[in-house]
Design a protein around this ligand. Sequence first.
Ligand SMILES: Nc1ncnc2c1ncn2[C@@H]1O[C@H](COP(=O)(O)OP(=O)(O)OP(=O)(O)O)[C@@H](O)[C@H]1O
Length: 299
Amino acid sequence: MITVESLTRRYAGLTAVDDISFTALPGRVTGFLGPNGAGKSTTLRAVVGLTVPTSGTATINGERFADLPNPGLEVGVLLDASAQHAGRTGREILTIAADTMGLPRRRVDEMLERVSLTPDEARRRVRHYSLGMRQRLGIGTALLGEPRVLVLDEPANGLDPAGIRWMRDLLTGFAAEGGTVLLSSHLLHEIEVVADDLVVIGNGAIVASGSKEELLAAAGTIVRSTSARDLAHALEQAGIPCTLAGDGSVRTDVDPARVGSVALAAGIALTELRSAEGAGLEDMFLSLTADTQREGAAA
Ligand SMILES: Nc1ncnc2c1ncn2[C@@H]1O[C@H](COP(=O)(O)OP(=O)(O)OP(=O)(O)O)[C@@H](O)[C@H]1O
C-alpha cells in the first residue's frame, strides 16, 4: 500500500504539489492522471525518496522509502527509462541491480525472458536500445526483487501495440495477485482499461479520486452549442455551475433535461446534449481538469 498524506513540495516561488493525500491499495491498479506540469512526477518522486517533501509524508507499506533496508525487494520503480547507464548492456544493468539487492544471478536470465529481451539484445549497450527496449529493461529492473508494490511513470511510453498489451496484462496480473500498482500515464485509454482506481491532479491539487466506476458514473452532462460562452453564461444565470472544457463543450453536474430547458429559455441552439455517463475517461479528465489545462485556459 502507498499512502500519501498532506504532501506539499515547493520549489522557489512555485508550489508543485499542494497538500495532497491519497492511497494506492493492494490488489488494485491506481492510475495517476493530470495535465502537463500538474505535479505527477513530483509526487511519484516523493513516494520513492527522490524528492524531499516540503511537508507531509509519502510511505510504502507504512515506511518512508529512505527507511526501507532493501527497497528493491519492496517496491519496483520505473520513473525514467532513459536514465539507465547508456554505456552498459541490458544484462549488466540487471546484474548490477541483482547484486545490489543480494539476488542470485539466475534472476537476471529469468527477468530477461520475462520482459522479452533476447540474449542478443541483452548483450547490446543501452545507448543502442529503442525506447520500447529501454522500457522493457526498466520494467525488468523494477520486477527483479519480486516487490509487492510498483511505482511507474508512463510505463507504456514507446511500447508497440503488442508491448502495450503485454504491459497491461503484466500490471493487471500483478494486482490480481495482491500487488499495489501506482502508475501515471497520458494514454487515457490505457488507464481506462487497466486502472481500478483513479487519482486526478490539476495544478498540484487533487481534483478527484475514487474508483474508476464511481468517477465515470458521476460525470454529469455534456452540452455543446454554437456559442459555448453564451451557453455557459445562460447556465450560470440560471444558477447552474458549469465549466468550459478544452474541447469546446460545456460540462455540468445537472441532468440533460434541465440544461435543455435553460438553453430553450435563453434561445440558444444546441448542437449536442447528452449524459456524460459512459462518455469515458477522456471526457471526464478534460472536464475535471478544464481549469488547469493549458489548452483549456487558452480557449
Ligand atoms: N526540480 C524542480 N525545480 C523547479 N521546479 C520544478 C522542479 N521539478 C518540477 N518542477 C515544477 O513543478 C511542476 C510540476 O512538475 P511535474 O514534473 O511534477 O509535473 P507532471 O504532472 O509530471 O507533468 P508532465 O505530465 O508534463 O510530465 C511544474 O511546474 C514543474 O516545472
